[in-house]
Every structure is written in C-alpha cells, then in structure tokens.
Write a protein that binds this ligand. Structure first.
Ligand code: 13P
Ligand code: ZN
Length: 272
C-alpha cells in the first residue's frame, strides 16, 4: 500500500497541470485533465479512499467505464495552485456499475466537484478505451493562445484546419497523422459538446473547440502533451506567417505523405 500523493501517476498528473499552466495554457481555472487509473495503481492506494459521499449523475452513459476510477481536476480550481494544494484541487472519482453516476472517493477535501467538462472527458475516455483496447488513459483540455486565435480566421472544417496546421512543420503529420477535428463554438460543459467531441474522437486524437481551446487524448502524459505542444507550436508559426502577409509557398500533399511513409504512419489521406 502507498499514499495517493506518492503514486507515480498522481505526481505525473500534478506536474503536467503545473507545466501546462507555466506555458500559459491554463489561465485561472481554464482547462481540465482526467486520467483513467489502472487496477494495479488502484490496488496500491485504495486504503485511503472513503466511499461515504453520495453518487452524482454524470449526465451521459459510459457503460464501458463502469467501476473505473479517474483522477480529475476540480471545477473552478486554478491550475496555478494545484501543485501547492493537490488535495483541494483534484479528486479521484469512481464510476458506478451502470456507467451513469460517479462518486468522489478522494480529494477536493474542502468540497467541490470534478470539472464541468467531466461528461466530455468521460465520453472521450469511453470512445478511446474501446478504439485503443484500453491503451489511452489521459484526456487533457487546455486554452493555448495561438490555436484559439487561428479558429477566428481559418475555415471551420477538419480538412482545411488540419492541412493549414500540417503545412507548418513535417513533424505535425507525424505526431497527429489522423489529423485534427474542429467544432464550432458550443456551450462549455454541455452534454451537446460532450457528444460532438466524442464523435470527433472516433477519428482524431486532437479536437479543437473553436474560440475556446484544445481537447486531446493519448496513452500517457508525455504523448498527450507532445500532441498539444506540436499543434500549438504550428499554430504559432501560422499566426506569424499570416501576420507577415500569408504563405508564399507550402508543402505538397506528396511531401506530407512521404514523411509519414518514412515513419510507417497511416496518414489520414482524406484530409489532404
Ligand atoms: P472547469 O473549471 O469546470 O474545469 O472549467 C474550465 C474550462 O476550461 C471549461 O471549458
Ligand atoms: Zn475550457
């Protein structure tokens, strides 16, 4: 048995929250993060859990996540202060056996609830758990400046948005060969945005919410951070290119495919 605060996944989670904040991706309480904890990790820490709290409705049904535990940021909690006070900033929530309710079993000691985007996180976890045979464990939502800025000027469709970003660096297509999904401005924390994002997650590992931010999913902290970092860097390049009068040259579709073939990656050709 070990303490939650000593667990590797817990410290990676808290460090990631801190890193994202230091990059300016998470002003105030902006953004949220959730991690599906493995059975082995739960076995090590569950002595610290308390099951006294009431069940709460998730708002969506996630049958394949029944009895799973999630580490998740609290609604309204600041990323900036999470590392200094994790027990008041994040919680571990258990999903009930019907996949419709959750219960806080650790954390948020002064009260609170998981992020308002918990329905979106859980639906995305549900889709990715199925598609990746349980490999994807992390879902992250951040508010990076350049990516958001581009949503005000780029076409609002997956194909054009992805291609504009892929054009910026050969690494982009290598890091997210399936491309980027884009959604229009929708009500934050709503069931509608949860369902629309989950639909996009059937195809993509990264989804941009127009005029709001990025959602991404992956196996671990490094890979999800790597995707978002790459999207945001490409977005920054594109903002500069547009500010200098726009592109004068661009890579051909063949050049983008070629680099993916070099790495044996199955690029989503429908976006080229
Ligand atoms: P929460 O504080 O509820 O996590 O909301 C922040 C946010 O970014 C909503 O999209
Ligand atoms: Zn947000």
């Amino acid at each position: 048995m070990s303490k939650v605060s000593d667990a590797k996944f817990f410290n990676e989670f808290i460090d990631m929250v801190d890193l994202c904040c230091s990059l300016g991706w998470n002003e105030r309480n902006g953004g949220n993060m959730s991690y599906r904890i493995s059975e082995e990790d739960i076995a090590q820490i569950k002595d610290e859990f308390s099951y006294d709290k009431d069940w709460a409705e998730i708002g969506v049904t996630v049958e394949n996540l029944a009895n799973e535990y999630f580490l998740v940021t609290g609604s309204g909690k600041y990323f900036r202060y999470t590392k200094a006070d994790p027990e008041n900033s994040v919680c571990i929530a258990l999903i009930d056996e019907t996949g419709t309710k959750y219960k806080i079993v650790w954390g948020l000691v002064s009260g609170g609830r998981p992020t308002s985007e918990f329905p979106t996180h859980l639906l995305n976890h549900s889709v990715k758990k199925d598609i990746t045979d349980g490999k994807h464990r992390l879902v992250m939502h951040v508010h990076p400046v350049n990516t958001i800025a581009l949503t005000f000027v780029l076409p609002q469709n997956d194909k054009d948005f992805t291609r504009e970003i892929w054009d910026m660096m050969p690494e982009c297509a290598v890091v997210f060969p399936r491309g980027i999904g884009i959604l229009p401005l929708m009500l934050t924390g709503s069931i509608d945005i949860a369902k629309a994002t989950a639909e996009k997650f059937k195809t993509y590992d990264v989804v941009v919410w127009s005029m709001h931010g990025i959602f991404s999913s992956g196996e671990d902290f490094k890979s999800v951070f790597g995707i978002i970092e790459t999207v945001e860097k490409a977005a920054e390049i594109l903002v500069k290119v547009i500010s200098m009068g726009g592109k004068k040259i661009r890579p051909t579709a063949e050049q983008i495919v070629e680099v993916c073939e070099e790495y044996n990656l199955d690029i989503n050709k429908s976006l080229l």
